[in-house]
Structures are given as C-alpha cells and as structure tokens.
Design a binder for this molecule. Structure first.
Ligand code: GLN
Ligand code: ZN
Length: 754
C-alpha cells in the first residue's frame, strides 16, 4: 500500500513573481485585465503540474488568489461593504476593497496569525446582503480538471471567517453565523455537482488560537450541518500553526472525513489523535513556513508515532500549512554554503512525496537507509551557538544600570530638551536617486567614494531641513538602508541572503527574509560612521538608529534545531557592541526599533510567558551597554498594547514612540491605567497617508494626547518612518507638526506663569 500525499496550498506569486508584475502593470493601467487573467492561468497550470509530476494525490484549487483568500471569501459570500458596492466593474471593485480607490478607503489589513502574510479583514454589518458567488471556485476546479487533475477545493472555513471578521455595529461577528452557514451549505450543494467524488478542505486555523467558547460551541453544528448537505463530498477540516486539541475533540462527533493537523508547530496534536480515531488524518510533517530541508528520519519517526493511533491507510502525508509562506524553489539560488540545506515550496512538495513513499514500506532498504543518514539534520552540529563573542559578551551585563528615575534626571540635565520635544522615527523619503546610488554601488557601477558622497549629501540636506524647521532631536534619515532588517543582516555574520527567496506579504508585495544560518556576530561597527557624520553637522542631539534583536529575528528565517531565544541572544550581543560604540563616539540618544516585537507572540497564551521572557531579555541585553545618561528610545508601529503592557514596561526604554495618529487616545489609556513611568511619543502624523495635516490639526492631535499623557513625559513625533512618503508631503507636514508643538508648549508655559 502506498500512503497518499496532500499539499495544503501552493504559493501563487510565481517563480519569477509574474503575478506581482502583471498586477502592478494592471493597476498602473498599462495592461488589460485579460492579461492578468492569462498570467494567472499560466501560473495555476504550472503549479498544478509541478505537484502532479511529483506524485501528489491531493492538489489544491482555490488556493490561488489575485490578492488574498479572505478577500475572495468576502466575494464568495457577498460580504462587500456598502462603500464598494457602487463600483460596477467587478475587478475594479475587488481591488478597491484591497487597496482603496479615489476617496474610498481600503479595507483594513492585518497579519495572518503569526505569519508575515497579511489578509484583508472582513467588515460585517447588518445591511450586508449576503449571497453566494461561487464562480471563482467552480472555474478553477474546471480549469484543473481539463488538465486531468481533480483538485481538492480549499475554502476558508465559516468559523475562521467569522473569527477574523470585524463588525461595524454592535456585537461580535458570530452574530452573522446564521446568515453565512446557509451559504456554505448552498456552496457544497453546487460543488457536489462537479464530479463523482469531490474533496473540500475547510481551513480553520482559528481553532488553534485559544478558541473562544463561542467558536467551540459552533463546531458541531457547523460541520454536522455541512456534512448533512454535502452528499458524496468528502470534507477535510484543516488547522495549522499550533495544536487544535479542543476543536478535534468536538469534530470527533461530526461525520467529516478528514482532519488536517500541524504536528510541527502543534506537537500537542498527538494528543488530539485519541479523538480522531475514526477519521483520516492529514499529517502536516513537512514545514510549510521555514526553509530548511526536511530531516526525513525525524519526520518518519513522527509519522510512526501518529501511526500508533491511526492506521496507515488513514494517514495522508502533508505540509504543515500552505506553502504560501515559502519561496518558490531552491533551484533558482546561486551556489552557496547554505544552498544544500534549503528546501522551498517546490522541494517541499518532493519531500512530502518522498516521505510518503518511505513511510509506505514497513522496512527500509539499504538505499533508503543511507538516504536518510545523508539527510539527517542540517548544518548545525559544527556550530558554536550561544557562546559569548567579541569580548564584550563575557563582561556584558543583562540590563543597563539605574532606574528610570535616575537615568531620566541625568538625561534631562545632559540633553536639555524643551517640554514636548519633537523628533522623527528615523527614515526620510527614499528618493529615486538614493535607490539608484545604492544599486549602482552594489553592482559596482559607482565607486565607494561616489556612493559615500551621495549618502552624505542626503544626510546634509536632511539635517539642515530638520534644523530649519526646528526639530529637537534629529535623525540622519537612513539613506543607506534599503530595509531595516536586511541592512543589519548584511553587516552581521551568520546571515545568508537568498537571490530569489520571495514570499508574499500582501497583494503584490513580496519580502525576501534573510536566513540566519550560523552564529551571529558583528565583525565591525555598522552605523557609527553615518551617525557620527550626521552628528558632526549639528549641535542638536542626533539619534543613533538600530533595529532591535527581536525584530531582526522575527523578520528572518531562523534555524529550527536550536531555540529562537539563543539566536535572539546572539543578535542582542552584537547590537550591544554597536550601542557601546555609538556611545563612545559621543552619541547621546540611541533608538532601538522593535517593530515586530508583538508579532512574535505565540498563538497560545500558555506559551506567552516564555516568549516574553527571552524577547525581553534580548532587548535589555541589546541596550545594556548604554550609560545612565544615554537615552534609549524604542519604536513600535502599533498602539495595541493591552495584553502586553507589563512587558513593554519591563523593556524600560527611556522613550517609547508608537503609532496613534489614526487610533487616537483609546489605546493609549492603558499606559495611564498601568501607571507607565517612562516617556512616550504618541504618533500625531499618519505617515500611511499622503495628506498634509494643517498646524491646527496637529494642535488638536497633540492636545488630545495630552488628555491621557503627562505633559512632562510626552514627545511629539510621526507614527513611523517617512521613507514611503515624498519630500513634498513630508516637508510641510513636519513643519506644521513642529509649529503646533511650539504653540502648545507656549500655551502651557503661559498658563503656568499665571
Ligand atoms: N527607524 C525605522 C524607520 O524610520 C523604523 C521603521 C519601522 O518601524 N517599521 O524607517
Ligand atoms: Zn514604525
């Protein structure tokens, strides 16, 4: 008997990001929608055939999307908010929901569980007229069928759809359950007509994130009713990224056919098997969201463990989640020391097939045994992780000296800043010339001297602009950085950069996360030259600018054979050396950005304490070299701190700048309620919008923030870096911001005099 195989979903952007390119050309009105469709068809065909050739039994359709699967599900259910309904062309409407259109604001986008993929958040309201539009699903199925492939149809499950939706009115989104379940039933009736046997995979990742009582309470009804109308359809309910024990215990009593479980990120799913003894188990054992080659013998052991509860004929070998989170193929990478240890989506498909073959034999033959031996582990045994480095480490402290109070007194004396000091978050507009200078230097078209001159010219202009408008704490503008993680990754040892390792982040946007494959260390200073140059141009304090250890870690692919905490610690050690050097060079304020601190939180509350501990330790270690009189800033691009405020407090940054221009005071209250002691810079300029707020609008923003924050501890700054804006917007906006801060400062001192 040969064990069967399944792939949860395949990346859709294409081997050479073809989808990105056609979409962007279409949005720029350079090509017609027909050309987009044509490319999409070519990509789907190629991806299906790749899986078919590898011998995969269950290949997905409807894993494809022109933008996002949640958005597709809104279209499927007719959940199109009122403001888009008037757009007649259905493609235009679809992309307007994702990206906005003229005055119509885009829908909110947020991260898909703990990945770096973003989905569009459904907005449910009482006036929506839900109705079924299954066209996309039906046509993709038929398209594959013409190629001789009867696909398994992927659909976001009704409970996950609701759990991830927001409502515009009162109550939570589950109140729409009775409206959407009938549509799912109607859909299944349609799908049953497609073929002799049809497989449907309902993705229910909401089951893994500490599922609420409401959600759990609906599982039996949902899947009981769906199976009841499904006729000959076989229903698979799939979860990933963590264990789904509670949900599986309930699914046991529904007549679904299969349950998909992630045994890598949810080891407790082994316990779930006791409830699934009569089901087919889709066993996620090949990592769908990391890039290391599979350790075949470890996976076989895992399959054998599953086999203790489930007979082989009811086990299907699969990826742990959709391969959407992996790059396309290692084949396109240049030779490197790391290459042979990597497996991207195309290779993972082969690994799933190979594992199923190996697992099918009761006994391994010599060839397989040696193949397994060769595949065992990856680079790691020879490496020296966790060992202190660069001298500093041995003597390095776990955290900086002094309490906030002590440090604050010294810093006030040294920096002599006014009330409501103004600053910016780091980057200034990235101009075409800047990108060209960086690229030309990289390619060797221009020499180092020319490159440096270009960077210095930018810094000069940036500094003089900031002086001109009267900002209090200046930055150098980050002209030398393409990306806040990539920049440091390239200067630190232990990082590998792929050539084509693109992963979809949202819509047409792809990111190429660095690969941390070895000991991380800092061969030489990374930012000192630029910051000291910038400081030499002004008497005002120039902020040093670093990316924090947790953010570097969370935005990279990290080895899976060692704890993430060990890697975080190494990065932190490297950064603490940089902090020491900046300080030695006379820099008095250093910002350590932790944009991705929150997204590293585990999906299960039970695991958060452990994460918080090591993430916190890493941050504190990174800034431990700072003297009491050196002011440490950190920045986070969000304002939802409610569950994590104690940890933020323990990070003990002297100043924390956050994003609040859109959300207002609501989320800031948590700082007052918990009596947060340190200084805060609430964003008053929404940098995601091209709008230039007037001085009056800035005054209102600042005044509103003063209602909840202590005026002696508040800063005035934008939400985030300005690199995606242009100078025409930034110049007047910052000028207005500084003017508004000055006016309010004036007002406060006048009132104090009276
Ligand atoms: N210092 C960075 C910048 O200004 C911070 C970016 C971020 O928080 N995403 O660009
Ligand atoms: Zn930010």
């Amino acid at each position: 008997m040969t064990v069967k195989t399944l792939i949860n979903g395949f990346p859709r952007v294409g081997e050479n990001r073809e989808l990105k390119k056609v979409l962007e050309n279409y949005w720029a009105h350079k090509i017609s929608f027909d050309e987009v469709e044509e490319t999409a068809r070519v990509l789907r065909k190629k991806h299906w055939l790749l899986q078919k050739d590898a011998g995969i039994n269950f290949i997905s359709s409807n894993d494809f999307s022109l933008y996002d699967n949640m958005l597709d599900t809104m279209v499927l259910l007719g959940a199109v908010p009122e403001r888009f309904a008037k757009i007649e062309d259905k493609n235009e409407r679809y992309f307007a929901m994702a990206r906005g259109n003229g005055d119509v604001a885009a829908m909110e986008m947020t991260k898909w569980f703990n990945t770096n993929y973003h989905f569009i958040v459904p907005e449910l309201s009482d006036d929506l007229v839900f109705h079924l539009d299954p066209e996309k699903i039906l046509s993709e199925y038929r398209e594959a069928k013409e190629l001789g492939i009867a696909t398994k149809i992927n659909i976001i499950g009704p409970l996950t759809f609701l759990a991830l939706s927001k409502t515009t009115g009162r109550g939570d989104s589950f109140k729409y359950f009775d409206k959407i379940l009938p549509l799912y039933k109607q859909l299944l009736r349609e799908l049953a007509k497609l073929d002799e046997s049809v497989y449907v995979q309902f993705d229910e990742p909401a089951f893994v994130k500490d599922p609420s009582a409401t959600l759990l309470g609906l599982i039996r009804e949902t899947y009981g009713e769906l199976v009841a109308v499904s006729g000959k359809i076989k229903i698979i309910v799939t979860s990933y990224f963590e264990h789904a024990v509670e949900a599986v215990a309930l699914l046991r009593n529904t007549p679904i056919w299969g349950i998909g479980l992630d045994f890598l990120y949810g080891p407790r799913n082994i316990e779930a098997l006791q409830y699934a003894a009569s089901k087919t188990i889709i066993a996620g054992v090949v990592d769908g969201r990391n890039i290391w080659r599979n350790d075949l013998s470890a996976s076989l052991k895992l399959l054998e463990q599953i086999n203790e509860a489930i007979p082989k004929e009811r086990i299907i070998v699969s990826s742990s989640c959709s391969l959407l989170h992996s790059p396309y193929s290692v084949k396109n990478e240049p030779e490197s020391a790391v290459k042979k240890y990597l497996a991207f989506a195309a290779e993972k498909v082969e690994e799933v097939a190979l594992l199923a073959t190996l697992f099918s034999f009761d006994r391994l033959f010599e060839a397989e045994t040696s193949m397994l031996a060769e595949n065992k582990g990856n680079l790691l045994s020879t490496l020296n992780l966790g060992v202190p480095q660069n001298g500093v480490a041995e003597t390095c402290k776990q955290a900086r000296d002094g309490t906030f109070r002590e440090r604050n007194a010294l810093q006030r004396e040294r920096l002599n800043l006014p009330l409501l000091p103004t600053t910016t978050i780091g980057s200034y507009p990235q101009t075409q010339e800047l990108r060209k200078a960086r690229n030309d230097y990289r390619k060797g078209v221009i020499a180092e001297a020319a490159y440096e001159a270009a960077m210095k010219q930018y810094i000069d202009e940036c500094v003089s602009f900031q002086e001109e408008i009267g900002l209090d704490v200046l930055v150098h503008g980050e002209p030398e950085r393409n990306d806040m993680v990539e920049y440091f990754g390239e200067l630190l040892a232990g990082f590998h950069f792929t050539k084509n390792g693109w992963v979809q982040s949202y819509g047409s946007r792809c990111v190429k996360p660095p690969v941390i494959f070895s000991d991380v260390s800092r061969p030489e200073p990374m930012t000192v030259k630029w910051i000291t140059y910038a400081q030499s141009k002004t008497k005002k304090p120039m902020k040093g600018m670093l990316t924090g250890p947790v953010t570097i870690l969370n935005w990279s692919f990290v080895r899976n054979d060692i704890p993430r905490s060990a890697v975080a610690r190494q990065i932190a050690l490297a950064l603490s050396n940089e902090v020491a050097d900046l300080q030695k060079a006379g820099i008095t304020i250093i910002q350590v950005d932790e944009a991705a601190f929150r997204e590293g939180y585990p999906l299960r509350k039970k695991n958060t304490a452990e994460y918080e501990q090591w993430a916190l330790d890493a941050f504190r270690l990174a800034v431990s070299a700072a003297d009491k009189s050196t002011q440490i800033h950190t920045h986070m691009c969000y304002s939802e701190f409610s569950g994590i405020i104690k940890t933020i407090e323990a990070m003990d940054a002297d100043v924390l700048t956050v994003e609040t221009a859109r959300s207002g005071n609501k989320l800031l209250r948590v700082f007052t309620e918990t009596a947060y002691q340190n200084e805060i810079g609430p964003g008053v300029y929404d940098i995601h919008s091209p709008r230039v707020p007037s001085p009056a609008e800035f005054r209102e923003q600042i005044k509103a923030r003063l209602e909840v924050l202590n005026k002696h501890k508040m800063w005035v700054n934008p939400d985030c870096g300005l690199k995606t804006r242009n100078w025409e917007e930034v110049k007047p906006a910052l000028k207005n911001m500084v003017e508004a801060a000055a006016a309010i400062r004036e007002e406060i001192s006048r009132n104090a005099d009276r």
